[in-house]
Design a protein around this ligand. Sequence first.
Ligand code: NDP
Length: 481
Amino acid sequence: MESIILQSPSTLHADIDTVQSPESTRVSANKPRLASFSATRDSSISWGRRHHHGSWLHALGCASIMLLCPCLVIFIWISLASFDGSMKAALDVMLQHGPVSFYSTYAPKPDRTVALGYSLWILFQGALYRFLPSKLSTGQLTPAGNLLKYRTNGLLAWTVTHSLFGAAALSGIIHPAILARHWESLLISANVFGFLLSGFVYLKAHLSPTHEGDRKFSGSILYDMYMGIELNPRFGQLFDFKLFTNGRPGIIAWTLIDFSFIAYQYQLHGYVTYSILVSTALHTLYVVDFFINEDWYLRTIDICHDHFGFYLAWGSVVWLPSIYTLQTQYLARNPVALSSFQAVAILSIGISGYIIFRCVNHQKDLIRRTKGDCNLWGSPARVVRVIYHTKDGLEHNSILLCSGWWGLARHVNYLGDLILSYSMCATCGMDNLLPWTYAVFMTILLIHRCWRDEERCSKKYGKGWEEYCRRVKWVIIPGIY
Ligand code: NDP
């Protein structure tokens, strides 16, 4: 194994908070110190989310996103339901009549029965997360030195949920298109839940934090509400809000929603197209892979670094189920006829993207588990051995892989994801922009992730990161970016 050892600059001593002796599921023994709701600022931890110190510009940006994203989700639904999927036609009417009149005329209507069903769905998923047999997996050391255990029984929860849905549909208890038929009221319920959850975790972070030392305050209420304060808010020792919200109601619903829209296409048109089947197959591959590798998810940015606020809470319960399923929502109403050749070609390209995604992520996981002592592509792995310091001056080692897939680009794992995302959208043809919103979003999300991850890693590893960047020049696509 070839490696180079580099030390981060001494000025980095404040970059990572004190690492205490690892203990599983440790909860602060001290009575929580209540933080001010206004301008408390704590920049002692610089991993996790970036700290902007809540400038008014960032606060304004966060407020705009929290206001505009729900409007965008509703706008897309209106375009699908009332304008044959044409966002341009919907926009023209909105500009002609003004947004207030537009939204009051076309906005989805709430429904009490659907709201009750949605509440039961969340409770049911909570019960599966809490009571199904589960392996206890270990996360990564948090900035405050907590090494948490997680219940990883997602694959079982996905299987139980889909089996029950299938059995209920086959026995006629529910119509398989039930989710598609009630989609407008479900959108309202999900939005209400997303906002309530974001408000709840904001208050909880101040009043009853789970791990006091793993909170981060910017000094701006809006920024804290959007990006989150607590890293791992929990109920008791093992009910982790972030893993549950990111990894259960929304992502399990993803494939259920797809299946429901396939049934809706059949109900509307009397046939099912290759395009909707290919799109659903690629979604299912991605979702099932997520649950098979749930352990791996514990070492990604979502779980290790992002705090839990509107961005992850609302994003997981509203944005994910509504935007990630756009292709099947679109195809149910506007069937696209792909030839067998086109269907196979799109499916093959999508699967290739998935294989890249899985292999790259596996290599990073392997290198960290074996501490660099493994072979990649038939040769000993090459790594940059980096050093960082904790706030108390303690020195720690880490490794950055720079061979195999990771020798090609620093975020080459995003490339596979992008190929897969564009393939999913290609099932909808090129006539309409709306179903491509997902691929556009993924491109923005992943490029933005590169920027914030590089900023964080460069603070953490200093010269070590510079050396790594010298060795691996490209960011996502070798030779292009
Ligand atoms: P990564 O899994 O790449 O995690 C980044 C972290 O890995 C860095 O902060 C650093 O953490 C460590 N790291 C960086 N470079 C190296 C290296 N060369 N060798 C070893 N460790 C390294 O990023 P994400 O969590 O963003 O993504 C994980 C996967 O999930 C990706 O494939 C992505 O496409 C996918 N994804 C999908 C989304 C979706 O909505 N569908 C959303 C987001 C991601 P450390 O501090 O430990 O050094």
